[in-house]
Ligand binder design. Sequence first.
Ligand code: ABC
Ligand code: CA
Length: 510
Amino acid sequence: MMCLWANAGMVILISMSFTAVFAASADEWTKRSIYQIVTDRFALGNGSSPSCDTSEKKYCGGNWQGIISKLDYIQSMGFDAIWISPVVENIDGAMSGDKAYHGYWTQNINSLNANFGLADDLISLSSALHDRGMYLMVDIVVNHQPQTFDYSLLQPFGGADCFHSECFISDYNNQTNVEQCWLGYSGLPLLDLDTENSTTVNIMYNWIKNLVSDYGIDGLRVDTVKHVRKDFWPEFASSAGVYTVGEVLTGEVGYAAPYTEGLDSILDYPTYFAVQKAFINGVSGDMATIAEIFTEAQKQYNHGAFYVGSFVENHDNPRIQSTVSDQSIVKNVITWPFINDGIPILYYGQEQGYQGGNDPANREALWLSGFDENKPLLAQIKNLNAARKQAISYNPSFLNNPVTFIPQASASSTLAISKPPLLALLTNGGSSSTESWSIPSSAGLYNANETLVDVLTCDTVITGSDGSLSVTTSQGLPKVLMPAKSLSATGSLCSTEAERSSGANRIDHQ
Ligand code: ABC
Ligand code: CA
């Protein structure tokens, strides 16, 4: 095939099979909670803390050994999976001078980014995770490679004819334009791989199969999915053989839905945008939109919303705290991914209260926080992970039971989200607001005079004699209520309240 001329005799460099793959399926991933890492910005293997000016768009030194050295930090927050930056060898921006520290500028799909470590380091990371029962998700890019002045630098697709001919994406309403024109701009064009060519396509299918098995990868975050024709993806996903979650950057459920057929699922961007609008605009935002959009996602996505990646921050968008300072609002927003049907994803630095704005400011070095484990948001995240795990073990159908929204009087400023045994009460009112929620007995959630525990504070509330519930919060804080009987008296989550209630029940029954 012509486009490979520059690389005749190319061999697949990565073919050492050292580490066991869990070959984790979507169902296995639903029990998990994911911590998203920008590899260059998380930790250094030698434990040092160099300065890191995000605006310079340079490598700051984070690497795979650094991640290994901080797995305790991640695991003690309750995460049992990580998502890391793309691992393959990258090329820096030819014209802008920007470095490829984020990993999205593939040079050679068959070798690794030496800034992050050697093959042995990546294998060690995957083994260290598996030893702890954790999963490794790797970010991967199929759609494009950055332009260089010398095509032969790009491997294995080292010729102009490996790519669609030059045209920048100009019309997001024209799907052929979105799929076959280029991302980027004249200062940094991203050559659009010719995924209409069967040889190119087969190279990609083989590549992903090998990458997964060579490094013991358990899941893939797939970049720029909407920029490749839909029927490319099913065989890509089956070649990978592990859970695949695609980035389809859109606010429209209807546009995103078809991609949940070819891949296991997608990152839930439509709900992300609804959450941003509801909370980030404060009281002027409309909470009801979250329920509307998410209900559509539950209906239209293959497998409902159970396999989506649910997030409120990532490396492409301004952090919540770049625009919101009210900590009650921040705490409400952070709760969302942990109490819906999807797989929770937390973007590194959220737990430390990072405030970076748009790319590149939102990619701060985490080591500059000193990995402080005494932060209020970190404590909340720990509780949210623990609550979700407790819910999974208490209710065998928790993971297949779709969230319902219980209508509230102040629909624009409150949400009551039921996923038994969890009931999350959220508000965008802020720290000076007083908000109330009511759950009628007709919702059928509770018994009469039942004790519920807010697992974010361990405060308790008791249902009425008809099993209905009224709750008020004075400082706009979120509540995540669980029946005391669903908690464990020996667990880490409000065990005193769990114990007290089991004691009370014993007395009741005597
Ligand atoms: C670099 C510099 C930046 C500079 C930029 C121009 O160039 O670092 O400072 O601003 C990687 C790096 C980036 C780098 C880029 C460019 O490469 O991380 O730092 O930026 O080379 C993925 C990744 C992303 C990655 C790439 C490229 C793709 O997550 O990290 O970037 O490999 C589109 C793509 C999406 C892509 C995103 C960056 O661009 O679809 O896959 N992300 C509309 C379009 C979207 C478009 C989006 C942003 O705008 O529909 O397709 O995303 O441009 C909703 C609407 C949506 C709308 C959104 C904004 O609003 O429904 O349609 O999205 O309501
Ligand atoms: Ca494309």
